[in-house]
Every structure is written in C-alpha cells, then in structure tokens.
Design a protein around this ligand. Structure first.
Ligand SMILES: [Zn+2]
Length: 124
C-alpha cells in the first residue's frame, strides 16, 4: 500500500507482507518523522489471523497424528499436547497484532473447531 508522510508529503510504499506489528509504526526515510501506517482493514487482518491459527492447529495435529485421536477419545488432549499448544500460541501471538487480538481469540477458536470436528469424526 502507499501512504503519504504528513510532514514532508513524500509518497511512501509500505510493505504489507511484513508482520502487523512491524508495519504499524515506521519512520519516513526522507524526514525521519514517525508515522502510523494503517494496514489493510481489520477484517482482512482478522481473516489472516484466523488462517494462521488454523494452520498452526493443523500442523500440531499433523505432527502428532498418532496420538491426537487417542488424546481426544480419552479427553486428555490439553494434557498430552499442552506443550505443542503453548508453542503454537507463542507463534500465533508473535504474528498477530494486539489490535486483532483485541477482537477475539482466534487461536482458541481454531483449537475448539478442530476438537469439534475430530469428535464428530470419531463419533464422540
Ligand atoms: Zn517525511
């Protein structure tokens, strides 16, 4: 996206592929003014966070495929996979901006959606 420095009116390109936190605040390379870049709208960022959460959750399921189903059957999912879930949360938290986190816990949502789906598959 392109934004204009309010100090020197230089047109600046903001790389949106950088993580949300990085691109929220940056310095104008011409005059050094600190700018707040408005990234794409919140909906798109929420959608991105949801996708990330889903990806993190499917990776956990994939790497632990041999124990996930038993853990769900025995209702020990959070005990057995606690460490993986915490690591996933760290990754999620490092890549999702506080603004988006304030709108909902999409990581928790992804875990719950996964568990619902698996329980259904397993006929639980
Ligand atoms: Zn400037």
């Amino acid at each position: 996206m392109v934004t204009v420095c309010p100090e020197c009116k230089t047109k600046l390109k903001v790389d949106e592929s950088r993580s949300a936190e990085e691109s929220l605040k940056f310095k104008c390379p011409k005059c050094g003014a600190v700018l707040l870049a408005r990234k794409s709208n919140t909906d798109a960022m929420v959608e991105k966070a949801r996708r990330l959460a889903k990806t993190v959750m499917s990776d956990i399921a994939l790497y632990n495929a041999n124990i996930v189903e038993d853990a769900i059957r025995n209702d020990t999912f959070f005990d057995i996979l606690g460490e993986e879930i915490r690591e996933g949360a760290q990754l999620y938290n490092s890549r999702v901006s506080p603004e988006v986190k304030a709108t909902g816990d999409y990581y928790r949502e992804a875990i719950e959606a996964f568990l619902r789906k698996k329980r259904e598959e397993l006929g639980l």
